[in-house]
Write a protein that binds this ligand. Structure first.
Ligand code: C2O
Length: 544
């Protein structure tokens, strides 16, 4: 492999959307941020220089970070933030991965504007397991706020209420024609007839799963989270925040007399306020004679709460599981976990009025623990043996409070707060069943694990049944990914080998749930061999 050098200058930049000009934090003045392109086996070196007053930190979402946990990036987990005027060099090698991922800021809600594609091409001379596409196009879905997102989340945390929703969904930063003042702010995909395009779809939105569809064109899914999948055709996709999906779009054999909307809108299962607007881009055939007016065809998206579609769609993903790309699914389990994930509440502090449920503050938990970010980074504390006052290792393997998770909610919705981790010996085979709770209403949760891909061996609606459900697990060709949805009012079972030493964050990729505490961390101990140990940190690692 070769070394790919990048420099990220974090600067303010005026950007206008929806007739509203806003000073946003950017990488190199660009919104969305610049793509990182490398090949499997390459080393990526990104020097981040912080010129703004906010602290920053960057995550290379989906990169395994084998023995390079210091470059993973979540603030207060693997590093202290990069402060104003400081810099940090992220340095990692891409091992055994190729496909579409993305990078984003990993502190507070800064990823609202700090995100971009991370594209890993196959090694030189290696081909895709499908015919070479004519062109490859990254398509990032995001959200635009007229307000300052840091104010949105800090106000929500203060009052305990749900945060305001965004003002628009975007495609490559552009809201598209259904929004005010946005006809020119529309993503255009210009294509030729009878060609195959590889669309690298990335959901970088903060708080919404998105349905998406291209009018009158079928899509072939070939990859998820930078792992090839057994190809399947679909007219509609669901893509959750943190997920990436590669699809092939075959254009029509002859120039049609129309343009086609590429549309995305939310899948929403929770309570309270939501946004059911739609962002659109335009698929346009360049061979079209521009003289006659073209009709504009629109796709149909599922209803905003179509949980059946989502359940069926997620079942379609299967690993290739062939000789070249085997599915190394743990067939036996050494450590088994059952995690409840969902919302709860914290009591309102005295002398304050809270706008959350019944005058409390919203909170979100794993096993009823709302994870509090430490004041010093976990990885340093672990590496130097200074966990005292930073974290405890008694994160429960099973929920301490039992109830009928998807049935009648308990009377007491209060959570406990703390910084607790699970310690795993090197190479443990792990199973985690994640159960959505309906304590404050059922909701879907796109769970993301840092430092690993996992296999989705099972999923279902209602309560997980430990007597019946494991017998139905798919241990042959389950999909391998880094982010998967715990279904609203249902459960998800994943397996992985803990073969990467370090401290690894796991959390809901809805930023609002992340901020409320739906997060925890794993510490994976070193193995015996030199290549099974976490090396010491780089000398420029930021200090808290
Ligand atoms: Cu893409 Cu911890 O996140």
């Amino acid at each position: 492999g070769v070394i790919r050098h990048y420099k990220f200058d974090i600067r303010l930049q005026n950007v206008t959307r929806l007739c509203h000009t806003k000073r946003i934090i950017t990488v190199n003045g660009k919104f969305p941020g610049p793509p990182i392109v490398a090949r499997e086996g390459d080393r990526v070196v990104v020097k981040v220089v912080n010129h703004v007053t906010n602290n920053v930190s960057f995550h290379w979402h989906g990169i395994r970070q084998l023995q390079s946990g210091w470059a993973d990036g979540p603030a207060y987990i693997t590093q202290c933030p990069i402060q104003t005027g400081q810099s940090y060099v992220y340095n990692f090698t891409i091992v055994g991965q190729r496909g579409t991922l993305f990078w984003h800021a990993h502190i507070s809600w800064l990823r609202a504007t700090l995100y971009g594609p991370l594209i890993i091409l196959p090694k030189l001379g290696e081909t895709y397991p499908f015919a070479k596409p004519y062109k490859e196009i990254p398509i990032l879905f995001g959200e635009w706020w007229n307000a300052d997102t840091e104010a949105v989340i800090s106000q929500a945390l203060q009052t305990g209420a749900g945060p305001n929703v965004s003002d628009a969904y975007t495609i490559n930063g552009l809201p598209g024609p259904t929004y005010n003042c946005s006809t020119t702010d529309t993503f255009k995909l210009k294509v030729k007839p009878n060609k195959t395009y590889l669309l690298r779809l990335i959901n970088a939105a903060l708080n919404d799963d998105l349905f998406l569809s291209v009018a009158n064109h079928s899509l072939t899914v070939v990859e998820a989270d930078a792992v090839y999948v057994n190809p399947f055709n679909t007219n509609i996709l669901l893509i959750s925040p943190g997920q990436t999906t590669n699809v092939l779009l075959k254009t029509k054999s002859h120039t049609p007399n129309a343009t086609f909307l590429i549309s995305a809108g939310p899948y929403f299962t929770g309570q309270g306020t939501f946004d059911n607007s739609t962002t659109s881009g335009i698929l346009e055939y360049t061979t079209q004679p521009m003289s006659k007016p073209l009709s504009i065809l629109k796709p149909t998206l599922p209803a905003i709460n179509d949980t059946n579609f989502v359940a069926n769609f997620s079942q379609k993903f299967r690993s290739l599981a062939n000789d070249k790309f085997p599915a190394k699914v743990p067939q036996t389990v050494q450590k088994s976990f059952f995690f409840t994930v969902g919302l709860g509440s914290n009591p309102c502090p005295k002398n304050q009025t809270c706008q959350g449920p019944n005058g409390t503050k919203f909170s979100a938990t794993v096993n009823n623990i709302s994870f509090a970010l430490p004041s010093r980074a976990l990885l340093q504390s672990y590496f130097y043996g200074k966990s005292n006052g930073v974290y405890a290792t008694d994160f429960p393997s099973f929920p301490l409070v039992q109830f009928n998770y998807t049935g009648t909610p308990p009377n007491n919705t209060h959570v406990s707060n703390g910084t607790k981790v699970v310690v795993l010996p090197f190479n443990t085979s792990v199973q985690v069943v994640m159960q959505d709770t309906s304590i404050l209403g059922a909701e879907s949760h796109p769970l993301h694990l840092h430092g690993y891909n996992f296999f989705v061996v099972g999923q279902g609606s209602g309560n997980f049944d430990p007597a019946e459900d494991p017998a139905k697990f798919n241990l042959v060709d389950p999909v391998e990914r880094n982010t998967a949805g715990v279904p609203s009012g249902g459960w998800l079972a994943i397996r992985f080998f803990a073969d990467n030493p370090g401290v690894w964050f796991m959390h809901c990729h809805f930023d609002v749930h992340l901020s409320w505490g739906l997060r925890m961390a794993w510490i994976v101990l070193d193995g015996e061999l030199p290549n099974q140990k976490l090396p010491p940190p780089p000398s420029d690692l930021p200090k808290c």
